[in-house]
Design a protein around this ligand. Structure first.
Ligand code: ACO
Length: 444
């Protein structure tokens, strides 16, 4: 039997012409379609892919997801292994550098990140400028963007040492910025970093320390937060990572690109989803009211927050780990009453054909919010708790993009469906629109 060719043959029925396109990694290059033309002066064929649901924008070695089988791996290591045996800083090293560190390298990395936990005193003043009720995520977008003005050296994005330095700085400073945002919203004095504590322990100290001289984090809560950080370190080309790469492709400094990524994460369909889950569970209020909510969801009136995922068409492996972690947290904090509603909601949804046929399973946000709430975080802090660990993923994805010779400034095409050419009419000569035309204009 002849060897199968790794090519795709396309017949253009408009012209009868055939084109043979190479296939690499189960993909064809969109640019190869440009040769498909009716006339020589045509632009050539494009693909139309709103929201990039079937377009690979890069080659990456960082994170592997098999959404149908519920698999997530960083640099080849299953998320379950890392959640059980690693810690966040070690996982961040793996994500950023590609390999797990030996002891000496880990200690150096830990030291190099921790020396950057302080922020310039001007950042504190900058924070003070926000209103008392400012959303901490909005404060994070602003202050991370502002960091670019403190570190102009970050503009040297093609310099390896500079990229490494900014990566350590950002991973080091994110917990401090996040904690300051929280303290600001509470009207509490800022707590400076304590580098004798672990990365996560220090974060808890900066959040919750009151008058005690030394804050001692509860080891179970410290561990649970560390696991949450591991689970959120990277997730390949999601909305915020795409923002990081896309904005970074203009060769702007990584602080500005990270501010864009944090802004993307702010949205309710991405990092804000766990906040929405807690709101939804609180609104349901009791197990008896679940069928009513399911009815509304099935009627298309609302979505079941924390369910469904663009990539996972199976149980999100992170949600499985978190469901277990929730009980460890409850041992310290006492059970969050929302867990009962969440478990019952999950049970009912996973038996319902609407959810089964659409492959809608709990995602990472379904349980993370309940855990954060039990730990005493206000809901507005939830996306902030996502942004801290995701910084290692964003920086790693950004550096990969900068080094990738195939990458250019991100600039998608469009299919123009608007008016053809028309000429300017002076304002008094324009026809008066009918009521229908006015209504259409208002819809826009
Ligand atoms: N509740 C009810 N129905 C849903 C849900 C949901 N949560 N999610 C998807 N569906 C339905 C859609 O209505 C659609 O049904 P249809 O085929 O009858 O029209 C079908 O499932 C496919 O949905 P899409 O919107 O095409 O799926 P998409 O991949 O674009 O959306 C998303 C993914 C945004 C995560 C979506 O599932 C959602 O809105 N979920 C709730 C928000 C959420 O939990 N986000 C967190 C994601 S994880 C993260 O960002 C860390």
């Amino acid at each position: 039997m002849a060897m199968a060719k790794n090519t795709l043959t396309i017949t253009d029925n408009r012209t009868g012409k055939q084109y043979e396109l190479p296939i690499e990694n189960d993909t064809i290059r969109a640019a190869d379609l440009r040769q498909i033309k009716v006339r020589p002066d045509d632009f050539g064929m494009m693909t139309y892919d709103p929201a990039f649901t079937n377009t690979a924008s890069c080659k990456s070695k960082i994170t592997f997801i098999d959404g149908d089988r519920g698999i997530l791996r960083y640099r080849g290591y299953p998320i379950e292994d890392l959640a059980e045996h690693s810690n966040y800083l070690e996982t961040a090293y793996l994500v950023v550098k590609g390999e797990l560190p030996d002891r000496k390298r880990f200690e150096m990395w830990e030291h190099n990140v921790k020396v950057h936990t302080m922020v310039h005193e001007n950042i504190k003043k900058f924070m003070e400028g926000y209103r008392y009720d400012a959303h901490p995520m909005g404060m994070l977008v602003g202050t991370i963007g502002a960091l670019s003005t403190f570190y102009p050296d970050a503009a040297s994005i093609h310099d390896l040492e500079s990229r490494r330095l900014q990566t350590r700085r950002l991973i080091g400073k994110l917990p401090t910025l996040a904690a300051f945002a929280y303290r600001h919203s509470r009207g509490l004095p800022y707590v400076y970093p304590d580098n004798e504590l672990s990365y996560t322990g220090n974060f808890l100290s900066m959040l919750f320390r009151m008058t005690e001289l030394k804050y001692k984090p509860d080891p179970k809560l410290e561990h649970a937060l560390d696991v949450l950080f591991i689970l959120h370190a990277d997730h390949e080309q999601n909305c915020s990572t795409n923002a990081m790469r896309s904005v970074g492709s203009s060769q702007v400094d990584p602080y500005s690109a990270t501010a864009a990524a944090v802004a993307a994460l702010y949205g309710p369909l991405h990092g804000g989803a766990n906040e929405a889950v807690v709101r939804m569970l609180t609104e349901i209020g009791s197990v008896e009211r679940i069928p009513e909510l399911i009815k509304q969801v099935k009627a298309g009136e609302r979505r079941l927050m924390g369910f469904g995922h663009r990539v996972y068409k199976n149980y999100d492996p992170r949600a499985k780990i978190l469901k277990k972690a929730a009980y460890e947290v409850f041992e310290v904090t006492g059970a969050n009453p929302l867990i009962k509603i969440a478990l019952e909601l999950e049970r009912i949804a996973l038996q319902d054909d609407y959810f089964v046929s659409r492959k809608l399973y709990p995602n990472v946000d379904f349980y993370s919010g309940i855990i954060y709430q039990a730990m005493g975080f206000p809901t507005a802090m939830f996306p902030v708790l996502f942004a801290i660990p995701r910084t290692s993923g964003w920086m790693s994805q950004w550096a990969e993009m900068v080094r990738d010779e195939e990458q250019k400034i991100a600039r998608p095409r469009q299919v123009y469906i608007g008016e053809g050419e028309r000429h300017y009419t002076p304002i008094d000569k324009r026809p008066v629109p009918t009521m229908r035309e006015e209504a259409v204009a208002e819809e826009i």
